[in-house]
Design a protein around this ligand. Structure first.
Ligand code: ZN
Length: 148
């Protein structure tokens, strides 16, 4: 029996796996690792310069974990093998969070959302037809009353 609160992601988060390099843009700060707090990317890891500002005024160095990994690879900070390990670890982490069928679930969510939209559309059509029927009955009643 699983208690809902036990799925909280606080406990056993792995320590930083990618090396934190000196920011290549401002060359003043060491890149830091952060966790996203926006609803669409909740819990997603990104790497950024501590000088980075959301309004774009600060240093512009900012990557999602995967992008940062590619950047490191491209610039020779890590070799391919190491990067694969990190990728695997990231996938495992995601998989455990979603009970191992992350792709399937995303598909399901999408289908569900689409079905919802379609059914809402159908309902709207039904409601509109109903209104037309009710409206025409009302009009004919009115006409009937006025004719008398
Ligand atoms: Zn910087």
């Amino acid at each position: 029996m699983a208690t809902p609160s036990s799925s909280c992601s606080g406990g056993r988060r792995k320590k930083v796996q990618l090396p934190l390099i000196q920011c290549p843009l401002c060359k003043e700060n060491t890149v830091v690792v952060r966790t996203s707090r926006t609803p669409t990317n909740l819990g997603r890891i990104f790497y950024t310069c501590p000088d980075h500002e959301k309004d774009g005024s600060g240093c512009n160095f900012w990557y999602w974990e995967e992008g940062y990994m590619k950047y490191l690879k491209r610039n020779g900070f890590i070799d391919g093998e190491e990067a694969t390990e990190v990728k695997k670890a990231a996938e495992l982490k995601n998989a455990s969070k979603f009970d191992g069928d992350v792709v399937l679930r995303q598909d399901d969510e999408l289908k569900k959302a689409l079905t919802d939209v379609v059914s809402i559309g159908r309902e709207l059509v039904v409601v509109m037809k109903l209104m037309l029927v009710v409206g025409s009955i009302g009009v004919s009643l009115l006409v009937g009353i006025m004719m008398k």
